[in-house]
Write a protein that binds this ligand. Structure first.
Ligand code: NAG
Ligand code: NAG
Ligand code: NAG
Length: 247
């Protein structure tokens, strides 16, 4: 690709005496750089479909393993995570895994998993609601406001979830159907597996991984200054203003 680009660039330079760039015949090269894209009249398309995707691959993967009723999880989500989402979401790929210190047992008689949670069955219910919301609304922009709302509001799990759903444009009827279905049960099981497979194994919640890694030091920094940590980890070319402020 680079060879043909170089050749076509040289060709263009020869023909035009280096003054302008012609659009290459092969559309494979149209988004190679801004000048070529301009010559081909496809700057908007390149920005949207090619360059944005490349920038997307630089995103820092932030994964949060948590359980819905743990006070430290609530605190972390309502402050650090929410702030990071509001200020630097363009460089972060947020993933939420609502399971935490729960345990599961498969019951052959019902063909369902039964979950046992640190803060009781209310927490299992909350975890399942989060699981269904994330699955129904996979875009972070759609599910994180709900997660934030429920984690920062005290009260009965079902009541809070209903209110938060309404506030954050989540269709609670769909969520309820998922929660009551074998699909919801299976989705929760997948989070159990993902949590149990952590390396190193998680020892507490909230438990953070950044680009798949976890260290004690990183965890402490995340809970103290998540924006700073994510900015420091980001290696892409387009740090948001909030990151530059922190440098
Ligand atoms: C974001 O994270 C999810 C789950 O960890 C992964 O499947 C996806 O590829 C990631 N996206 C980017 C742009 O890194
Ligand atoms: C997620 O939602 C936001 C806001 O509605 C939108 O700009 C973005 O393109 C969506 N992302 C994906 C991957 O659909
Ligand atoms: C984020 O995760 C995705 C999918 O797992 C991976 O392709 C990408 O390289 C990761 N990004 C970083 C910066 O590690």
């Amino acid at each position: 690709m680079y060879t043909s680009l170089a050749l076509s660039t040289i060709l263009v330079f020869c023909i035009h005496g280096g003054l302008t760039i012609d659009c290459p015949k092969s559309s494979a090269n149209w988004c190679d750089n801004r000048e070529i894209a301009q010559a081909c009249g496809v700057v908007n398309q390149c920005t949207k479909y090619v360059w944005a995707v490349a920038a997307d691959n630089d995103r820092v993967n932030f994964t949060l393993y948590y359980e819905t009723l743990c006070p430290d999880c609530r605190q972390f989500i309502s402050t650090q995570v929410w702030q990071a989402f509001q200020s630097i979401s363009s460089i972060v790929n947020f993933t939420f895994v609502p399971y935490g210190n729960a345990r599961e047992v498969y019951r052959p008689e019902t063909q369902l998993y039964q979950f046992y949670c640190q803060h009781g069955s209310e927490e299992c219910y909350g975890n399942l609601i989060h699981t269904c919301v994330i699955s129904l609304y996979p875009n972070t922009t759609a599910h994180l406001p709900f997660i934030y709302c429920t984690e920062s509001t005290k009260g009965d799990v079902e009541t809070v979830a209903g209110k938060c759903a309404e506030k954050t444009s989540i269709d609670y009827n769909k969520v309820s159907s998922c929660v009551q279905s074998p699909v919801g049960n299976q989705l929760q099981h997948l989070y159990a597996v993902q949590t149990e497979n952590l390396q190193p194994p998680h020892q507490y919640v909230p438990w953070v991984t950044i680009n798949g890694q976890h260290t004690e030091e990183m965890e402490q920094e995340a809970e103290r200054d998540l924006v700073g940590l994510l900015c420091k980890t980001y290696k892409g070319s387009n740090p948001p203003a909030q990151c530059k402020k922190n440098l």
